[in-house]
Design a binder for this molecule. Structure first.
Ligand code: MG
Ligand code: MG
Length: 255
């Protein structure tokens, strides 16, 4: 069952998304060489507190996880694709950092992610991140009334494959609303014209996860949460929560 949101509900989701966008902006500003991942989580917690918002990440425990998630953001460094736990690791020059964040405000969820390089970027990392952002933009652009989920997937996958990158298997975008993770899934690769037809008031988190080495597989780190590339290559993850509307796609997770 996919809930179609009213105009007021979309505005409420925009308010939740604004908190998410503000957190990601804040973390990007705080992240620097020698700053610890835990300090980034603390900065994110402060924004949530200030906004009176809750975290859908904190204590989240999906079926694949052995322990509840202990933080309000995921911080995934270099060969970590997603779900990295903010710990005492201090960022180094050239690290590729993915930050994933959620917020719940007045009963509505937002979910978004950014990837960026701390300090001086290597050209290969900049290209990987740029491509992930292009794939996200293409996926969002495909999220129009009358199109289908497969059109979003196809738009993302086409850009990722053309660049020779791997597309992380098993994980992708999702419906979002009162819960962070709702039906339907929004795969990062697929066939155009297939899947659920998009209607005004549907809301999705669209999130390409690209792997530089070109393989789709991942492995789970000893902490039970962090998902790593199998070849040690770097990965980029970017995400927005968007609404399908009669006026076109509306990005909800910006400040
Ligand atoms: Mg996310
Ligand atoms: Mg998500």
């Amino acid at each position: 069952m996919v809930e179609l949101k009213t105009a007021a509900e979309l505005d409420a989701m925009r308010d939740a998304g604004r908190v998410v966008g503000t957190i990601l902006d804040t973390v990007r500003q705080v992240a620097d060489v020698h700053v610890s991942l835990r300090e980034l989580d603390e900065a994110a917690r402060a924004v949530l507190r200030e906004a009176g918002a809750g975290s859908p990440f904190l204590n989240y425990r999906p079926s694949f996880a052995a322990t509840p998630f202990p933080a309000v953001i995921c911080t995934s460094v270099n060969d970590a694709i997603v779900h990295g736990i903010p710990d005492d690791y201090r960022l180094r020059d050239g690290d590729l950092l993915g930050v994933d964040c959620g917020a719940v405000l007045d009963g509505w969820a937002g979910d978004a992610a950014i990837s960026f390089v701390v300090g001086t970027p290597q050209p290969a990392d900049s290209l990987l991140i740029d491509t992930a952002e292009q794939a996200l933009a293409a996926g969002i652009a495909a999220a129009v009334v009358g199109a289908r989920i497969g059109d979003i997937s196809h738009a993302i996958g086409t850009i990722a494959r053309a660049a020779g990158y791997g597309i992380m298997e098993d994980f992708g975008g999702h419906g979002i609303g009162r819960q962070m993770h709702e039906d339907p899934g929004v795969p990062n690769e697929g066939r155009p014209g297939r899947g659920m037809r998009l209607r005004h008031g549907m809301t999705f988190a669209i999130e390409p996860m690209l792997i530089a080495g070109g393989r789709d597989k991942y492995r789970t780190a000893a902490d039970g949460w962090t998902l790593l590339t199998t070849d040690g290559s770097r990965a980029a993850h970017v995400e927005h929560t968007i609404a399908v509307t009669d006026d076109g796609p509306r990005i909800l997770t910006v400040p």
